[in-house]
Design a protein. Structure first.
Length: 234
C-alpha cells in the first residue's frame, strides 16, 4: 500500500488515525454504540460489512505505522493481502447496498422511488473507491502516487460515514467535513513540497463531480435506472 520515507511518514499515520476516528464517531450512535450494548439487532451481513469497513481503516493505520517503523518489507507483504481485501470491501459494499434497500422496502420504510434515489449514493461510493484503489494498485511501484491514491480511495469510503452526521442536503458543510482529510493532505503537500501533488488536484475534481450526484438522486432519468436495478428486489 504506502511507501514513505523520512519525517513525512508521520503525517500519514496521523491522517489514517484521524479518518478512523471520523468513521467510528459517525457510526457510534447508530451502530458501534448499540453493538457494544448488545442492542445492534441487524442481519449478519450488516455486521460483516461493519467489520470489513472498520478492518479497512485498521489496515490503513497498520500500513502507515509499519512504514513509520521502517518495516517496509513487511509493509509490502501486508499490501499483497490488502489488494485482496480491497476487492472484498467492494463486494461487501455492493451486497450491503442491495440488502439495505430490500430490508427498508420490505418494512415499508421506503417506496420504490426512495429506494432508487438512495441507490445512487452507495453505488457512487463503490465506483470511486474501486477506481482509486485500482489505480493505486497500478501505481504501487511509484510510492508518491500510490500513497495519495490510497488516501483518495479511503476518503471515498468515508462518504458513507459522513452522511450519518451531516446531511447531504447541506452541501457546503458536508463537503467541508468529508474532504477535510484531503484538504489537510493538500496543505501538507504545499508545506513540504511547495506545491500540491497533481494526484490530489485530480482527486478533488473527481470528488466534486461525484458529489453532484446528490442533486440527481430524485431526477427521473436516474430513478428510471434505479428502479430497473432494483426490480428483482422490490
Amino acid at each position: 500500500m504506502f511507501a514513505m520515507t523520512g519525517p513525512r511518514r508521520l503525517f500519514y499515520v496521523g491522517l489514517a488515525l484521524a479518518m478512523t476516528a471520523m468513521v467510528v464517531a459517525s457510526f457510534w450512535p447508530i451502530y458501534f454504540g448499540p453493538l457494544l450494548r448488545g442492542e445492534a439487532d441487524r442481519p449478519w451481513l450488516f455486521h460483516v460489512h461493519g467489520a470489513a469497513f472498520l478492518g479497512w481503516m485498521a489496515l490503513l493505520v497498520t500500513q502507515t505505522a509499519l512504514v513509520s517503523l521502517g518495516r517496509t518489507r513487511l509493509h509490502r507483504r501486508v499490501g499483497r493481502v490488502g489488494m485482496a481485501y480491497g476487492v472484498l470491501v467492494v463486494a461487501l459494499g455492493l451486497a450491503i447496498t442491495f440488502a439495505a434497500v430490500s430490508m427498508h422496502t420490505a418494512s415499508g420504510a421506503w417506496d420504490a422511488d426512495s429506494a432508487a434515489a438512495f441507490l445512487l449514493l452507495p453505488l457512487g461510493d463503490m465506483v470511486l473507491f474501486a477506481g482509486f484503489f485500482g489505480a493505486a494498485i497500478g501505481y504501487r511501484r511509484r510510492p508518491e502516487i500510490h500513497k495519495r491514491l490510497m488516501i483518495l480511495a479511503t476518503i471515498a469510503l468515508v462518504f458513507a460515514a459522513i452522511t450519518r452526521i451531516v446531511p447531504v442536503e447541506s452541501p457546503a458543510t458536508f463537503l467541508f467535513v468529508w474532504l477535510a482529510p484531503l484538504g489537510a493532505s493538500m496543505a501538507y503537500d504545499w508545506k513540504t513540497l511547495g506545491r500540491v501533488h497533481p494526484v490530489y488536484v485530480v482527486g478533488l475534481l473527481v470528488f466534486l463531480v461525484a458529489f453532484a450526484r446528490v442533486f440527481a438522486m430524485n431526477a427521473e432519468p436516474w430513478l428510471t435506472i434505479g428502479r430497473a436495478l432494483l426490480a428483482p428486489l422490490v
